[in-house]
Design a protein around this ligand. Sequence first.
Ligand SMILES: [Zn+2]
Ligand SMILES: [Zn+2]
Length: 422
Amino acid sequence: MIKSIKGTRDILPDEVGAWHRVEQAAHQLFSRYGYREIRTPIFEETQLFARGIGADTDIVAKEMYTFPDRDEEKTSLTLRPEATAGIVRAVIEHNLYQTDPALKVYALGPMFRRERPQKGRYRQFHQVDVEAFGMERPSIDVEIIQLALDYLRACGLTESQLILNSVGDAKCRPAYVETLRSALRAHKDRLCADCQRRTETNPLRVLDCKVPEDQAIIESLPKISDHLCAECRDHFAEVRRELGLLEIPYELSHRLVRGLDYYTRTTFEVTSAALGAQNSVLGGGRYDGLVRDLGGPDLSGIGFALGMERLVMLIPPGPQESRCDAFLAVLVPRAFDRALLIQHDLREAGVRVLVDHEARGLKSQMKKADKLGARYVAIMGEDELADDVWTVRDMTTSTQERVSDVKLAEYIEEKMRGRDAG
Ligand SMILES: [Zn+2]
Ligand SMILES: [Zn+2]
């Protein structure tokens, strides 16, 4: 038997309701903030991600699904490991920054990374991704944070914590990185092997280290907040002031950094105790250099990404929904044409209706109707056919009525409307 690939999973019909709910919440809420959906291809040229994510990151170095194109071996393709690079490419390719007066977009969909499989982590996983371009003032940082928190709440996550930092910009960060590097060199022999390497290659990433023995040293390192230039300091102060104005609580963490050069100023993360140990729900921030790095104009950007699998896990399973309002039980083959005609009338009227295509006996059809959660079963046997009527059984009251064939659609429609109103 062929099974699904390790790290992938099927979202079965019984589970899909929770997915619809988080998707619907995204469509509804994001449009209130002026965001419109964008859909970019699942695969792109490999170099887009190498440039957009950074060649020395784990994602690009170890986790991408990369393959030569079948006919043009020189073209290397990659299944998208994240959404931002593809969105930025589309923004540049279609000049959206020139035509859209408020360039705010979001995307939903599968991403692919060959990570070590573990609980709740998949190699094909889904993300919600939100991006705003060309807006430099701190108020957009705050708006996007508020959007992220509102979205989590709309999905039913009540317990969450916002963590905030500023990582400076091209003007002030290089000097901080050097300060950090010299501080790290002083401790070099006592750090883990990864951190010893990072001290030389990318000292900011030391701040991400989870090795327990390194924590005391990391806490004692110089903090970027003490090394921001005046502009970055003002920007961050205004972000914090507006968060206060909107009564959005947050915690500062000088360790919330991103190793890539194009990340600037505000970075944030939302965690939730409801998720247990791996408690990060979403992460985001400003990336003012990315559009330019990918060949576009010098356009600022800010956004966040969130893993949908973890969000769906948090949503309590709703009651199993009924599959149909009405079920047509045909007991004589000659009545089947009536069922086909009425079935279509009912569907056009918005009634969910099913018929037993196998036309088994009454008992088995009633059982099936019950399993499908039908509110009404319309039965046509020999007697009914002769009188041109259906026997309609109300499954909740176990009462039944005879309804003429021409009136059946109208009858059920009216009953359904009455019930919906009641
Ligand atoms: Zn370390
Ligand atoms: Zn700065």
